[in-house]
Design a protein around this ligand. Structure first.
Ligand code: AMP
Length: 214
């Protein structure tokens, strides 16, 4: 099983588990949020168009994100599979992904839906600290870095993402409910949905996911 989508609200743990699954299955972890933040940081034309959407917690227009993912999926490392984290986020994106895969003779193997309570989400996002360089996430209590405030992977000073501030978190949750939650039905109908308990801590949830992906 190598063509996998992680679905779930912000703060469900998709990024953390995507990294672990990507190592387990030897396929790339493709996070549209990480790619967009890196484009914004580099000031590319896409980054300039996406900045205001990302920072205010709204979705970047479908067209821009779909093109970005289509390009990423054409890279050599993604030919044998991928863990998609944060894409698709709308039905239009899900349909576009289906088309992209069909063109290359693939199909999704599973959509892992991280069913997570609002209380857990708010706690995870408010305590989350992120590396602006390599994208690794930590949590001040649950996943603390070895040295306080410093990324374990690359030694960069950790930050709180602008969109992890409380008002923006509320907007992101609303956007999730309105625009992304319909994908649960979409993928259920296609027989691809596997619901996992996103409230679990990292280790027990990774064990569940490992079983799911075989
Ligand atoms: P994430 O890191 O997945 O929480 O994404 C951070 C932000 O990037 C989101 O709140 C959106 O503004 C933008 N973004 C990421 N993925 C998508 C997507 N598939 N469609 C539209 N916007 C996205």
């Amino acid at each position: 099983m190598r063509h996998i989508v992680l679905l779930g609200p912000p703060g469900a743990g998709k990024g953390t588990h995507a990294k672990l699954l990507s190592e387990r299955l030897s396929v790339p972890h493709i996070s549209t949020g990480d790619i967009l933040r890196s484009r914004i940081h580099d000031g590319t034309p896409l980054g300039k168009k996406a900045k205001a959407f990302v920072e205010s917690g709204r979705l970047v227009p479908n067209q821009l994100v779909i093109e970005m993912v289509a390009e990423r999926l054409m890279e050599p490392d993604a030919q044998m599979g991928f863990i998609l984290d944060g894409f698709p986020r709308t039905v239009e994106q899900a349909e576009a992904l289906g088309e992209m895969l069909k063109t290359r003779g693939n199909a999704l193997d599973a959509v892992l839906d991280f069913d997570t309570s609002e209380e857990v989400i708010v706690d995870r996002l408010s305590g989350r600290r992120s590396c602006p360089k390599c994208g690794t996430n930590f949590h001040i209590r649950n996943i603390p870095p070895k040295r306080s405030g410093i990324c374990d992977q690359c030694g960069t000073l950790l930050i709180q993402r602008k969109d992890d501030e409380e008002a923006t978190v509320r907007r992101r949750l609303q956007v999730y409910r309105e625009q992304t939650a319909p994908l649960v039905e979409f993928y259920k109908t296609l027989g691809l949905l596997r619901v996992v308990n996103g409230n679990l801590d990292v280790e027990p949830l990774q064990a569940v996911l490992a079983q799911q992906v075989g």
